[in-house]
Design a protein around this ligand. Structure first.
Ligand SMILES: Cc1cc2nc3c(=O)[nH]c(=O)nc-3n(C[C@H](O)[C@H](O)[C@H](O)COP(=O)(O)OP(=O)(O)OC[C@H]3O[C@@H](n4cnc5c(N)ncnc54)[C@H](O)[C@@H]3O)c2cc1C
Length: 448
């Protein structure tokens, strides 16, 4: 029985108990008495990438199911309650929660089924996912998997910040959850670690919660976000960015009392008093399910290795959005969701026609490019989404010149009109790879 045989759920006000009951009624049950769902496409993650893919695919394939662990679908925008969403994909400027509601409504209207409070926890063999729902375990065995699980900020333990272990240390995601979804208080004086776009989003949320940001601390010589945000941000929030600096200790017993900041140029250290620390950026893709399945993972970004069509190294398994490139903005990710939907449709047609795969070349970045996505160039010459490669750099280059070589042979070189800056994605036009031979050796991408 396909997912289309189930009663569709709503990701809005319906209670999860109601949803689970209705879905339980529509499941097939296997010989062991376990519930099994067999949609054409299962999308894991109901954020902008997954919902946009679902909305685009649902009218064209028999059944599309989105599996979302939260009570409501929408992903990060649900709790990023400020304007800044929808610019490229909707040509509108809207708040995160509004944007999330629009994406959910569109996916449902297109006929996709959104199963919320359904967390995918692992695999049972290579083609069956195991999900935990309020009414127990659910097996999901689709023809095609699309992973759209996003990325998360590394918590304190993974950043190895020494000091005591007091309360009051949060990531932006945690902060916005507390403030926007649970209306909790967070403190009165904060230090924000990082100075990228998401860091300013944290400053905004702190202000709303009545907490003043004493400083943003950035390891780079210039704050990572666009000057369009950085300069007015400092004035509007009456805060400062401590550049070339890093937090070397967190102090406090019970609650944070201050952070120790070292200037990495002079070696000078000082303590900033605060009761809240927000750790921003430093993203890691939510790659666990793909890793468990044995998909190739890029050692630099920890994202799945994908080609331009967002195919992972596993047949019938695609991945899209910030799980592929931590992190880009939601509008770009939503456009990628639409893009991968079209690639999934092509895959279904090609698979039925028995079309074989061909050779593909690896794309390898040279420092200061840390990683690039896609990182495989396939034989079918699919152009990547928006005809751009997405990369991450570790050093600011205001007028970058990108060079592409293969087997030591220069293929293309171009000066770009936009800077390569740490803390935000660097876009490289894919036309620079037009002369790549998929059967050749590694393709090296460098910037100077
Ligand atoms: C604080 C903050 C502010 C931002 N501000 C802006 C902004 O102003 N404008 C803008 O364009 N972008 C902004 N962004 C970026 C934007 O939110 C992301 O680009 C976008 O949400 C990425 O979409 P995604 O679908 O890839 O991932 P996500 O939005 O992270 O969605 C992934 C979804 O997958 C689900 N999931 C993960 N694992 C599982 C599992 N095992 N089982 C089931 N479900 C699972 C998650 O619950 C989540 O709903 C901001 C990001 C942050 C953190």
């Amino acid at each position: 029985m396909s997912a289309a045989d189930q009663t569709p759920t709503s990701a809005d006000q319906t209670t999860s108990a109601d949803q689970t009951e209705r879905h339980t009624g529509g499941m097939t049950t296997n010989d062991d008495g376990r519930r099994v769902l067999t949609p054409t496409v299962a999308i894991i993650g109901g954020g902008p990438a997954g919902l946009s893919a679902a909305a685009r695919l649902a009218p064209h394939v028999e059944s599309v199911v989105v599996l979302e662990r939260e009570k409501q679908a929408g992903g990060i925008p649900r709790h990023a309650d400020h304007p800044g969403y929808g610019i490229r994909d909707r040509k509108r400027f809207m708040s995160g929660p509004k944007y999330a509601r629009v994406l959910v409504a569109e996916a449902e209207a297109a006929g996709a089924e959104l199963l919320t409070e359904t967390m995918v926890t692992g695999w049972e063999g290579p083609s069956t996912l195991v999900a935990t729902t309020r009414s127990g375990r659910l097996l999901v065995r689709p023809e095609v998997f699309v992973f759209a699980t996003g990325a998360r900020e590394r918590p304190r333990t993974a950043r190895m910040i020494p000091g005591t272990r007091p309360g009051g240390v949060l990531t932006t995601g945690h902060l916005q959850n507390l403030v926007h979804l649970h209306h909790k208080e967070v403190g009165t004086r904060a230090v924000v670690v990082g100075a990228e776009l998401v860091s300013w989003s944290a400053v905004m949320t702190l202000k709303e919660a009545g907490c003043r940001t004493e400083a943003l601390v950035s390891e780079y010589p210039v704050g990572e976000s666009y000057s369009l945000f950085r300069v007015p941000g400092k004035v509007m929030f009456r805060t400062r960015v401590e550049t070339s600096s890093k937090v070397v200790a967190i102090h406090g017993r019970g609650r944070v009392s201050g952070v120790e900041v070292e200037n990495t140029t002079t070696g000078e250290r000082r303590v900033i008093e605060c009761d809240t620390v927000v750790l921003t950026g430093d993203w890691i893709p939510d790659n666990e399910l793909l890793r468990m399945a044995g998909a190739d993972i890029d050692p630099a970004s920890r994202a799945p290795v994908v080609d331009a069509a967002m195919r992972t190294s596993l047949p019938g398994v695609f991945s899209v959005g910030n799980v592929n490139h931590p992190v880009d903005t939601a509008d770009v990710v939503a456009l990628e969701g639409q893009f991968v939907a079209d690639r999934v449709r092509e895959y279904l047609v090609a698979r039925n026609a028995g079309r074989p795969d061909g050779p593909s070349a690896r794309i390898v970045p040279d420092a200061p490019i840390r990683w690039v996505s896609p990182s495989v160039w396939g034989p079918d010459r699919t152009e990547p989404a928006r005809r751009r490669l997405v990369a991450w750099v570790d050093r600011l280059i205001r007028r970058p010149v990108v060079t592409v070589t293969q087997d030591g042979r220069p293929l293309a070189r171009k000066r770009l009109a936009w800077p390569a800056a740490p803390g935000r994605v660097f876009r490289i036009p894919s036309e620079l790879l037009d002369d790549v031979s998929p059967s050749g050796g590694d393709v090296r991408v460098s910037v100077e």
